[in-house]
Design a protein around this ligand. Structure first.
Ligand code: ADP
Length: 462
């Protein structure tokens, strides 16, 4: 098999003990690379003065890590500016939060060109290149301009909205249409994939076969769906051993037989934690019989509603909402999930949401908790057996909490086993292999002539 070169903004480079600090994306990529002995290229995590950027190479457990510094100015525009103040809100359907600046867009394109220059120096002709996430949308275009003809795939970990939102991005063809330089573009869900197909068909008038294979100039670009999963069996094993984890034992003891509802989120507006807190407040108002017998544990975010709910409903012996703002080990999280009667996973928009899947993995199949899940999380496609909610509807969320806490054992078991089975069939171990197989699958060589309208559009985008 050809060498796989993974490219992502962040790289989980092991330290001297082989340990790394990593988020969701890095965990997924690391488990793929460990099995495939490839190269992982990206930003070093350091910003330096212009002209002092260094490239470093490190080998560890069969994986080669190559990282580059970025100049402070480029980082500000490429990462903080365009990627996070422009692309992140637009791709999460939040036009109200977008702050466009053409200077930052130029910095974003320059950042990608810099990555392309550095990466090209290490490439071999047979390498298969796999690029990740919204920081690097135009990387293939920059590589193609440098003469790189290797197979290049792209996977977007976050949502991809419909054309009406994409076209609100000034000069959207410079970033969105540049996806056509990849051989394969992968998404978390069909909805995301269809949105790119709609954009290319309706906005750019590009011809396609089945709206999944597009003809872009002299190349073919395919669109695929590759939902990210979790290591179900491994997470279940961790959860089963929860009695051994002191932190979990202490939380369970402190509940004094009350039911626990859990929320675990990164601090980001897309996670909808404010609305969720207000839904919990509404739940205590509308379903007073539960007061005193349910505790909601929100890990990682402090919100002003917390103070209001606790002030209003709290008693000396009962704090309705507990919040904890710190990282936990996998075993502790798994144990806390298993100890919770329900999980509130209610992002306003989420590419996938691994917490939802981890919660299902962690449950005791004989006495499982209930997943309350936003219909706008990518995970909702596989978790139809969850209590699906509209995260903008506080009353419906309050009712879902009541339904989860009252749900009979038979129904809980049925919902859990349905989801566990579906999620186990999409274990993360196969995810990268499936993407690379799709990327390297031979495609027909005959490329039909490009429709005149599409070719002029592409030319105008240059
Ligand atoms: P996102 O990638 O948008 O942050 P996901 O739910 O897809 O959201 O992934 C988050 C990952 O981070 C999950 O694997 C989850 O277990 C982990 N995580 C979230 N909060 C914590 C925490 N406080 N401590 C440790 N891990 C956490």
């Amino acid at each position: 098999m050809a060498r796989v070169v993974v490219v992502s903004n962040r790289v989980a480079v092991p330290n001297r003990d082989g340990a790394t600090r990593a988020g969701g994306l890095e965990v997924v990529l690391r488990s793929f690379l460990k099995r495939n002995q490839g190269v992982w290229f990206g930003w070093s995590g350091r910003t330096v003065a212009k002209g002092e950027e260094q490239v470093r190479e490190l080998k560890h457990s069969g994986v080669t890590y190559i990282t580059t510094d970025i100049s402070r100015g480029d980082f500000q525009e490429y990462y903080n500016g365009f990627a996070n103040r422009m692309l992140w809100p637009i791709l999460h359907y939040r036009l109200d939060l977008v702050e466009f600046s053409s200077r930052e867009m130029a910095g974003y394109l320059r950042g990608n060109e810099m990555f392309a220059d550095r990466l090209q120096a290490f490439l071999e002709p047979d390498d298969v290149i796999w690029v990740h996430d919204y920081h690097l949308l135009p990387l293939a275009k920059a590589l193609r301009e440098r003469g790189v003809e290797n197979k290049i795939g792209f996977f977007l970990h976050i949502p991809f909205p419909p054309p009406d939102l994409l076209t609100a991005l000034p000069k959207h063809e410079r970033t969105i249409l540049s996806l056509c330089h990849y051989d394969l573009v992968g998404f978390q869900t069909d909805n995301d994939a269809n949105n790119l197909a709609d954009y290319l068909t309706d906005e750019c008038r590009m011809p396609s076969r089945d709206r999944r294979t597009f003809i872009a100039g002299t190349r073919m670009m395919r669109i695929g769906v590759f939902p990210v999963g979790v290591e179900m069996a491994e997470f279940e094993r961790l959860a089963r051993r929860m009695a051994k984890v002191t932190a979990v034992r202490e939380v369970v003891r402190s509940l004094a037989d009350r039911s626990m509802i859990i929320g675990v989120d990164r601090l980001d507006y897309s996670k909808g934690i404010g609305t969720r807190m207000r839904a919990f407040e509404q739940f205590l108002t509308s379903y007073p019989r539960w007061r005193g017998s349910v505790t909601y544990l929100q890990i990682r975010r402090i919100d002003e509603t917390v103070g209001r709910v606790n002030g209003h409903y709290g008693e000396a012996a009962w704090t309705p909402i507990r919040y904890v703002n710190r990282p936990y080990g996998r075993s502790t999280l798994a144990g806390l999930f298993r100890s919770s009667r329900a999980a509130l996973v209610t992002p306003l928009r989420d590419g996938m949401n691994l917490v939802a899947k981890e919660y299902v993995a962690a449950q005791d199949p004989e006495d499982p908790g209930v997943l309350i899940l936003s219909r706008f999380a990518g995970a909702a496609v596989e978790c139809q057996a969850a209590l699906l909610v509209n995260p903008y509807d506080q009353e419906a969320m309050a009712a879902a909490i009541d339904q989860a806490l009252s749900m009979p054992l038979d129904e809980r078991k049925a919902r859990h086993s349905t989801m566990f089975k579906i999620l186990s069939e999409n274990d993360i171990k196969d995810w990268g292999t499936r993407f690379i197989a799709a990327l390297t699958r031979p495609v027909p060589v005959a490329v039909p002539r490009l429709a005149a309208s599409a070719s002029s559009y592409l030319a105008a985008a240059e």
